[in-house]
Ligand binder design. Structure first.
Ligand code: BDR
Ligand code: CA
Length: 313
């Protein structure tokens, strides 16, 4: 039986690749729905991009919802400097014919979790955690019903990418991340510590383009666009590929390693707000609330990604 997942996302080129990887993996994953959140760019663009990606994949039966348009307490911080003004600059994808579902994304999350058998749905979060926190606040009973939350967010050994101390998804809505990390559901974290090892070097991108399908060309174009900023920033051979690690973890957990420990979020300090404070060395008695991954196998990851993208149109 494929694992049931809901993807909460702010696409975003790397989010788009994660969604495509999930939609290409029908044997293992049953994508119940996709919920957009404000993050990389505003909610309107992120939701529209989710529709475009679903259409690109040919899986138009998968419903797409719009969630929250701003963080719980703060003004929205966006990343057009990385993702472009639409959030998905690079490929020339048509405007979608598919429409958003009428229901609010937060209500969709609550209703779906409450209606399903307990602990059968995994939430994959690829953006700020606003929608998940809102759902937990509106209906706390969902916490016990979530099978697992697998999130891309945070950093400890690599520290920050949007400030010296904070990773983008956590920084945009630290209060939401705090609510989610305290909720009691099983949580796995794919932080920058992993994603900085998963670099989309030119040969890896070329292999995706060489697939010869529409999806391969689109993924090549989107990552070539979004890489530019990071290549200049880090000076590496390839830019980190973040969000698809969440889906790769569900498909092949053996590609990753880490440990159970306490993960907490700084919400007060002006200097380090959004910092992910990870008790990786177990120096406190704080509750071990997350499976914090530290290493990923890049070769294995790109082999999996390329094989799966070949299955799409
Ligand atoms: C995260 O921030 C976003 O820009 C990416 O889509 C990813 O989810 C990486 O810090
Ligand atoms: Ca994202």
């Amino acid at each position: 039986m494929p694992r049931k997942i809901i993807i909460d996302t702010d696409p975003g080129q790397d989010d788009a690749v994660a969604i495509l990887l999930a939609l290409a993996s029908r044997e293992e994953l049953d994508v119940l729905g996709i919920v957009a959140v404000a993050g990389n760019v505003g909610l309107h663009h992120n939701a529209n991009n989710a529709l475009k990606i679903v259409e690109l994949s040919g899986r138009v039966e998968v419903p797409v919802y719009a969630g929250c348009s701003r963080p719980l307490r703060r003004h929205l911080v966006t990343a057009e400097h990385v993702h472009g003004d639409t959030g998905l600059n690079g490929p020339d994808l048509p405007e979608p014919a598919k429409k958003l579902e009428a229901q609010h994304g937060v209500d969709y999350l609550i209703d779906t979790l409450m209606a399903a058998e307990s602990k059968t749905i995994t939430l994959c979060t690829l953006g700020p955690l606003t929608n998940i926190a809102m759902a937990l606040i509106k209906q706390p009973a969902i916490a016990d019903r979530i099978a697992e939350i697998v999130m891309m967010g945070g950093a400890y050994f690599e520290v920050g990418n949007i400030t010296p101390a904070a990773e983008f998804n956590i920084y945009v809505d630290p209060e939401a991340a705090d609510v989610v990390l305290r909720c009691g559901a099983p949580i796995t974290v794919l932080p920058l510590d992993v994603t900085h090892q998963i670099q989309s070097t030119p040969p890896r991108l070329d292999a995706i383009k060489a697939l010869g399908n529409k999806t391969g060309a689109a993924v090549h174009a989107m990552l070539t666009f979004s890489e530019t900023f990071d290549l200049e920033k880090y000076g590496w051979d390839g830019a980190p590929l973040h969000d698809p690690t969440v889906i790769a973890y569900l498909l092949k957990p053996e590609l990753f390693e880490g440990r159970h420990c306490n993960v907490a979020i700084e919400t007060a300090s002006e200097l380090t707000v959004g910092m992910t404070v990870v008790d990786y060395w177990h120096v406190t008695g704080r509750v071990r609330n997350a499976n914090y991954l530290r290493n990923g196998n890049a070769e294995g990851f790109f082999k999996l990604l390329t094989e799966r993208l070949a299955r799409l149109p």
